[in-house]
Ligand binder design. Structure first.
Ligand code: CUA
Length: 306
């Protein structure tokens, strides 16, 4: 599962890690040197050492040389931060919403859009070209183990290039205060072997499962009767609203409500009935007027939407 947040798991994150360590250790060395000089200056008797030499040398020449060296050193890395997508890159669109992540792929079979939410699955080793946008306020995309932070600005599309070396789950978090539930705006990047990724994408592109148990069929009916489809789209069920997360394959996701609840029967029931308690201010009312049987049936059906 999620390894240490400082453990770089991809090329983009590794570069940032190197720069961070060089800056940290360098700053530590310079700070120690300055402190040593300070201690020395307090001990020595006032004498003939030239003040001008220290000011020009220590205040101008030394920082000038250090900054110029750092600048020259990082120059070759800069293009990676303004990426041009390699030919084999997989393009994934991610839109920040209050307070969840709308994720869109292109179906390689027919070019149709494939939507999911709060979870980005990627193939290991392949460059991923993210198109980051927002429909409401400024959010910030940040998966520390894979890449740097990038703001998601309404009216703009910004790009981030990342890749994962190994299969695994990497946690991300919105890194720009975007309202009361900013803290509950997590996402997961799941890196899969290429074959497993292709299978996953093909499955996500398919319409929702139709074959369900009687209880789940009851849940599907209640979902429509309560007009959940006014905000949530379930492909194959009619309706195409993009107000809330696409639920076509919600059962296959790791978590609910952007990393807030586990995607279990209990988690789904709690979310539907107590949205405003779990995530105050979320753009969905609490459906606490549903009777236990109906609530259980809806949650059961959603869980079956693998
Ligand atoms: Cu979205 Cu903070």
């Amino acid at each position: 599962m999620t390894a240490g947040v400082l453990q770089a798991a991809g090329e983009a994150a590794r570069q940032i890690q190197t720069v961070s360590w060089v800056l940290f250790v360098g700053a530590l060395l310079i700070f120690s040197g300055v402190m040593a000089l300070l201690a020395w200056s307090l001990r020595r008797r006032p004498g003939k050492a030239s003040a001008r030499l220290w000011i020009v040398g220590g205040g101008l020449v030394f920082p000038g040389l250090v900054l110029a060296a750092l600048f020259a050193w990082q120059l070759p890395m800069s293009p990676a931060w303004k990426p041009v997508p390699p030919a084999d890159a997989l393009v994934v669109s991610v839109t920040g919403r209050m307070w969840w992540w709308d994720v869109r792929y292109r179906d390689p079979a027919n070019g149709d859009d494939v939507f999911t939410a709060n979870e980005i699955r990627i193939p290991v080793g392949r460059p991923i070209y993210l198109a980051l946008a927002s429909t409401d306020v400024i959010h910030s995309f940040w998966v520390p183990q894979l890449a740097g932070k990038l703001d998601m600005v309404p009216g703009r599309v910004q790009h981030l290039l990342l890749s994962a070396d190994q299969p695994g789950t990497y946690r991300g978090q919105c890194a720009e205060f975007c309202g009361e539930q900013h803290a509950r705006m997590a996402l997961h990047v799941v890196a899969l072997e290429p074959a497993a990724f292709d299978a996953w994408l093909a499955q996500q592109a398919a319409p929702a499962v139709a074959q369900v148990t009687p209880r789940q069929a009851l849940g599907r009916q209640a979902f429509l009767a309560n007009r959940c489809d006014a905000c949530h789209s379930v492909r194959g069920l009619g309706g195409d609203s993009r107000l809330g997360p696409d639920l076509t394959h919600v059962g296959s996701r790791l978590q609910l409500a952007a990393g807030t609840l586990p995607n279990t029967q209990q988690g789904r029931e709690r979310w539907i009935a107590h949205v405003q308690e779990v995530k105050t201010g979320a753009r969905m009312p609490s459906y606490d007027r549903l009777d236990a049987q109906t609530l259980g049936a809806i949650a059961d059906w959603l869980g079956a939407l693998k």
